[in-house]
Design a protein around this ligand. Structure first.
Ligand SMILES: Cc1ncc(COP(=O)(O)O)c(C=O)c1O
Length: 299
């Protein structure tokens, strides 16, 4: 990880190496933090953050799902993110805001623990290895929708993601794929999943997945480009037979999938995936005015 200079902690800019928390921080023990991952791109029109407002909305939604009383509103969080970017003089970066229950009591219930906020930024390149990846279905299922608030981005959920990811990467695969409790494809550990059949694009519906902001954006983009998009259950067998498969995510962007469980997908990097990826890259690089609405330019 490439360090930057300062991390924003509860309104103060703290040196990267001094941005510490107490060992009895509630969220460290119980996974009780809400967080986001946001990308900023170095474009010809200046640095631009992708879907900043939607990320802040999701952060506040996730915090609310943990019953946190966040001492900052949306505008204050946006300002804090922009301040952290500016002070660190980064042109392109990944932004990690986190709102967590801090040090107070150590009961499971977070009463008595302060709600703390931190924002770090650092340069981060490609998340998944190579131009297209080999994926392995996990034998761990995605968190049951009645076990947690699955559409909130909460740190505790990432034990499920991490274990599935480790299973796959330790066997030489690029990423895992998780099924839901009904045996339908849910998502990757940190990515949403899509298949392509001819000119039709299909992705699992909301319910057991994180409502990915890249997913939403790619759905809108695909429809604008004239593709038919369906949100419906996908069985593994249907994915094996698909023309193309790909992942989306802030970190993963649009990543083609070349095989699932060692079964090669018909097109390793198919024409529809390629098209969407190219258009997505243009959008985040501020080369398509129609989608400037998704960008926040940082002066
Ligand atoms: C479990 C999970 N699914 C999907 C995604 C993709 O979401 P987004 O496009 O908002 O980054 C992420 C990343 O945040 C994730 O962690």
């Amino acid at each position: 990880m490439e360090k930057t200079q300062k991390i924003w902690m509860n309104g103060e800019l703290v040196d990267w190496d001094k941005a510490n928390v107490h060992i009895l921080t509630h969220s460290l023990h119980y996974g009780s933090a809400a967080f986001e991952g946001i990308r900023m791109y170095d474009t010809k029109k200046g640095s631009a953050m992708f879907q900043l407002d939607r990320h802040i909305d999701r952060l506040l939604y996730s915090a609310e799902s943990l019953q946190m009383k966040v001492p900052y509103n949306k505008d204050q969080l946006r300002e804090a993110i922009l301040e952290t970017i500016k002070i660190n003089k980064v042109k392109a970066c990944y932004v990690r805001p986190i709102i967590y229950y801090g040090y107070g009591e150590l009961r499971v219930g977070p009463g008595g623990c302060p709600v703390e906020t931190s924002i770090a930024v650092w340069p981060w390149g490609a998340y998944l290895p190579g131009d297209s990846i080999k994926v392995k279905t996990s034998d761990l299922i995605r968190i049951h929708p009645k076990s947690s608030v699955t559409d909130a981005k909460i740190t505790g959920h990432y034990v499920n993601s991490m274990l599935a990811g480790l299973q796959a990467t330790s066997k030489g695969y690029g990423e895992a794929l998780l099924l839901d409790y009904e045996g339908n494809i849910a998502e990757g550990p940190g990515e949403n999943f899509f298949i392509v059949q001819g000119n039709k694009i299909i992705t699992p519906p909301l319910g057991t997945i994180l409502a990915g902001i890249t997913r939403e954006s790619v759905i809108e983009l695909a429809r604008d480009l004239g593709y038919k998009v369906e949100e419906r259950a996908i069985k593994l067998e249907e994915a094996y037979e698909a023309d193309e498969c790909f992942f989306t995510g802030t970190a993963a962007e649009v990543t083609p999938i070349k095989s699932i469980d060692d079964k090669p997908i018909k097109n390793e990097i198919g024409p529809v995936t390629k098209h969407l990826k190219e258009e997505f890259v243009k959008i985040v690089n501020a080369e398509n005015e129609r989608y400037f609405k998704w960008l926040t330019f940082v002066k």
